[in-house]
Design a protein around this ligand. Sequence first.
Ligand code: HEM
Length: 134
Amino acid sequence: MEIGAASPPRRLVALCEQIGRDQVAVVVHDFYGRLQAEDMMRLFFVGMGDFTEHEALIADFWWTAMGGKLGQPRAFDILARHRALGVTAEALQRWLQLFEATLREHLPPELAQRWLQLALGIADVMRRRLQLGE
Ligand code: HEM
């Protein structure tokens, strides 16, 4: 571009637009499969009836966390739910490792990193508010 020429208009593209609804669902589905495959993680989900419904809820959650809109808005109460589950620091660490591996397998590095940052931020809040320690 010539010096002094007007720069092209720039637009910040929301993460939801870059990843897309279908890909969010694919990542969530793969991730819950990985959680189920590990004894330490599977135990937290034994009381859960319908996994398809849970995955749909989680996909909606991520979609809104990435800036997306839902046709039918939903409320989430992450802290209360995980407090009731008795989540531990060790389980949370493993959750994050599995989540990162899933993201890296499905997405280009930059998008995987941005989604991971969202999860790390929420995990930090969980750690502090649920007093899990490191
Ligand atoms: C040790 C780690 C974790 C375990 C074992 C775990 C497990 C679960 C389980 C069993 C539920 C269903 C609870 C219920 O319906 O009563 C749930 C809900 C949920 N989890 Fe996790 N989770 C973990 C970490 C996380 C993290 C780090 C995030 C987000 C970054 C997250 C996001 C959610 C969301 C959005 C819901 C739905 C909350 C709602 O119904 O309002 N979870 N989780």
